[in-house]
Design a protein around this ligand. Structure first.
Ligand code: ADP
Ligand code: MG
Length: 588
C-alpha cells in the first residue's frame, strides 16, 4: 500500500514494471538490430574505404605516369630547341667573326682605296698642272702655228702670184690635174683592156699627194713598185668639188675681161672626167648635160655665168657675148650651131684657114649672141645633141670628137684711151666680117652710134669713134687620149679612134715644137691644132685640165696624160699680149 493513502498499489507497480521490462527488451532488441546494422555498415565502409584506397592509388599512378610522359615529351623538345639554339649560336658566332673579318677587310680596303684616291687626286692635280702647262704651250704653239700658217699662206700666195707672173712672162701653159673618184664602172670587167691589166676589182694608184703634187704608184706585175710624182699648178683630189675646181679657174675670166684671150682645155683618157669637169654630169637620155643641179655644173656653164656676172659690173651696153660651138670629128670641123633654112640646128662642115696675119679662123662659122647664161646653156645643149659619140667599152657616153665652145666678148670702147693698134683692130674687123650676119640686132639698136662689125673700116678714122675689142674664151673638151685598141672598137669606130689619137699627137707635137722654139710649128698637121693655133701658140692664157682615172687598170693612160701635162708645163711661149682695154667706170 501507498504510504499515507491506506490503498494497496502492488499490482499497479508490478504491471508497470512488466511494461517497462517489455519496453526494455524491445529496446535491447532494437539495439542489437542497430548494432548488427552498424556492423554491416562498418563492413561496407571498410569495403568502400578499401575500394577508395585502391582508386586513389590508381589515380596517383596515372597521374605520375602522365607527369612522367609530360616530362619526357618536354625534355626532347627542349633538347631539340637547345640544339637548334646551339647551332644558331654557332652560326651567329661564325657570322659575327665573318662580319668582323669583313669589316676589317672593308676598313683595310677603304684605307687602300682612300690611299689610292688620294694618290690619284694628287696625280690628277699634278697632271692638271702639267695639262695647264701643256695647254699654255699648245695655245702658244697653236698661235705660232697659226702665224706660221698665215705666213705660209701669204708666202704661198706670193709664190703663186710670182709663179703666175712668171707663167705670164714666159707664156707658160698652166696645168691643173684632177683625179676623179673610183667609180662603179672601174670594177666592171673591161675586156678592152689587155689581159694582164684586166682585174675585176679597183685599185687606186693615182693620188693627190698635196694640192700641187700627183703621186702614182707604178706597181706593174713583174716590176718593182716605184712611186712617181708630178708637179702641177694645182692638183685636185677625188673629193674636191666642181666649185673648188672652178674657183681656181675664175681668175682667168677676170683676165678675159681685162683683155686676154683665154683657153681652158680638158685632156685625158675616155672616162677620166673631162666632160664632167668641163660641162657637168650628162643626162642619160639625150647626152645633153644636166643643168638642174647647180652644184654639179662644170667649168663651161660656170664660166659663162661668171662672164655675165663680170659684164654686169661694167657699164651697160659696153660688152656683148657671142657663142660658137664647134666639133672636130675625124679631122673635120663641124659647126654645131649652123641652122638649116627652117631654123633647125644641124652640124655643118666648116674649114679652118690661116689669115694673112697668121691667125686661125673658121669662115662662115655661126656665132650666136647670148645675153645671159641660161640662153648660152640652152644653145650649147642644143649643139651638144649633135655631138658624135660612140659607146666605148670603157664608158657608155664617150665623146668621139673634140668639142670647142667659144665665147667671144666684144668690148666697145670709144675715144683714144686704149692702146690696141689700129692695124690690129682693122685686121680684127676683117677677120670677123663673116660673122656680121649674127651681129645682135639688139646691140645695133641699143648702140645706135655704133656700126655693126661689117661696117666699113672707115668708121675708125677718127679717134672719137667707138672701137671694138674682142677677147675669146675657148673651152675645149678633148676626145679621149687612150691608145688605139684601148676602147675595144673596130671598123668605123677604130677609124675615129685613130683620128683622135692623131690629132692629140699633133697637139703634143705642136707643144714640143713651141717648147723647142722651132721655127716651124706644125699647127696644120691636124684640124684640132689648126683651130686652136691662137690659143696654144698665140697670146691666150692657156689652162690644161688633166683628168686622171685613179684605177690601176688605167695606169698606162694616166702616165701618158701626166707626161703630156708635164711637157705642156715646160712650154714657154713668150710674154702674153694683152689687148689694152680702158677701165670703164660703171654707169650710174
Ligand atoms: P670623159 O669625158 O673623160 O670620157 P666623163 O666626164 O664622161 O669622162 O666621166 C665619166 C664618168 O665619170 C661619168 O659618169 C661622170 O659623171 C663620172 N665622173 C667623172 N669625174 C667625176 C668626179 N670628179 N666626180 C664624180 N663623178 C665623176
Ligand atoms: Mg667626154
Amino acid at each position: 500500500m501507498w504510504p499515507g493513502s491506506g490503498l494497496d498499489l502492488g499490482p499497479v507497480w508490478s504491471l508497470r514494471a512488466r511494461q517497462l521490462e517489455q519496453r526494455l527488451r524491445t529496446k535491447e532488441e532494437r539495439i542489437v538490430v542497430l548494432e548488427t546494422e552498424n556492423a554491416l555498415l562498418h563492413l561496407k565502409l571498410a569495403e568502400y574505404q578499401g575500394f577508395a584506397g585502391r582508386s586513389t592509388d590508381e589515380v596517383l599512378q596515372l597521374y605520375s605516369a602522365h607527369r612522367q610522359q609530360q616530362t619526357l615529351q618536354s625534355s626532347s623538345l627542349v633538347t631539340q630547341l637547345h640544339r637548334a639554339i646551339q647551332r644558331l649560336k654557332q652560326d651567329l658566332k661564325s657570322l659575327h667573326s665573318f662580319a668582323l673579318e669583313l669589316s676589317k677587310d672593308f676598313q683595310h680596303q677603304c684605307k687602300t682605296y682612300l690611299y689610292q684616291v688620294l694618290t690619284a687626286v694628287q696625280r690628277i692635280q699634278l697632271q692638271n698642272e702639267a695639262m695647264q702647262m701643256f695647254q699654255i704651250k699648245a695655245f702658244d704653239l697653236e698661235q705660232s702655228l697659226q702665224e706660221v700658217t698665215e705666213r705660209y699662206e701669204k708666202e704661198k700666195h706670193k709664190r703663186r702670184a710670182l709663179h703666175n707672173s712668171l707663167v705670164e712672162l714666159r707664156g707658160n701653159i698652166r696645168v691643173h690635174c684632177r683625179i676623179r673618184p673610183l667609180l662603179a664602172f672601174d670594177t666592171a670587167a673591161g675586156h678592152t683592156i689587155p689581159q694582164d691589166r684586166q682585174r675585176n676589182f679597183s685599185e687606186k694608184v693615182a693620188y693627190a699627194a698635196d694640192d700641187e703634187t700627183v703621186l702614182v704608184k707604178c706597181n706593174r706585175p713583174g716590176h718593182a713598185s716605184i712611186n712617181k710624182t708630178f708637179q702641177f699648178e694645182r692638183v685636185y683630189n677625188a673629193s674636191e668639188s666642181q666649185d673648188t675646181v672652178f674657183a681656181d679657174v675664175a681668175p682667168l675670166l677676170t683676165s678675159l675681161l681685162d683683155g686676154y684671150n683665154v683657153c681652158i682645155m680638158a685632156y685625158g683618157q675616155t672616162g677620166s672626167g673631162k666632160t664632167y669637169t668641163m660641162l657637168g654630169p650628162q643626162l642619160e637620155e639625150n647626152f645633153a648635160f644636166s643643168i638642174e643641179d647647180e652644184s654639179e655644173l662644170g667649168i663651161i656653164p660656170r664660166a659663162t655665168q661668171e662672164v655675165f656676172r663680170l659684164i654686169s659690173e661694167k657699164p651697160p651696153g659696153s660688152y656683148w657675148v657671142e657663142v660658137s660651138v664647134v666639133e672636130v670629128y675625124n679631122n673635120e670641123i663641124f659647126d654645131l650651131l649652123a641652122k638649116d633654112s627652117c631654123g633647125r640646128v644641124f652640124g655643118v662642115k666648116r674649114d679652118v684657114v690661116t689669115t694673112r696675119e697668121g691667125k686661125s679662123d673658121v669662115p662662115l662659122l655661126t656665132y650666136e649672141t647670148v645675153e645671159n647664161a641660161s640662153e648660152f646653156l640652152h644653145l650649147v645643149n642644143k649643139g651638144l645633141q649633135l655631138r658624135v659619140r660612140h659607146p666605148t667599152l670603157v664608158h657608155a657616153h664617150s665623146s668621139r670628137s673634140h668639142l670647142v665652145v667659144t665665147l667671144t666678148i666684144t668690148t666697145i670702147v670709144s675715144g683714144d684711151n686704149f692702146g690696141i693698134s689700129w692695124e690690129d683692130e682693122l685686121t680684127s674687123q676683117k677677120r670677123n666680117k663673116e660673122v656680121s650676119c649674127t651681129f645682135p640686132q639688139k646691140m645695133r639698136e641699143n648702140k645706135s652710134t655704133f656700126s655693126s662689125r661689117a661696117s666699113s673700116p672707115a668708121q675708125f678714122e677718127t679717134t672719137e669713134k667707138p672701137k671694138q675689142i674682142k677677147t675669146r674664151l675657148q673651152l675645149v673638151d678633148l676626145a679621149g687620149s687612150e691608145c688605139v685598141g684601148m676602147s675595144g672598137v673596130t671598123g668605123a669606130a677604130l677609124r675615129e679612134t685613130s683620128f683622135i689619137n692623131r690629132s692629140l699627137s699633133a697637139l703634143a707635137d705642136v707643144l714640143g715644137a713651141i717648147a723647142e722654139q722651132r721655127s716651124h710649128v706644125p699647127y696644120r698637121n691636124s684640124k684640132l691644132t689648126h683651130l686652136l693655133q691662137d690659143a696654144v701658140g698665140g697670146d691666150a692664157k692657156l689652162l690644161v685640165m688633166l683628168c686622171i682615172s685613179p684605177d690601176q687598170k688605167y695606169l698606162a693612160e694616166s702616165m701618158q696624160s701626166l707626161g703630156f701635162g708635164t711637157r705642156a708645163r715646160q712650154v714657154q711661149r713668150g710674154q702674153l699680149k694683152k689687148k689694152n682695154l680702158p677701165v670703164p667706170s660703171k654707169a650710174k
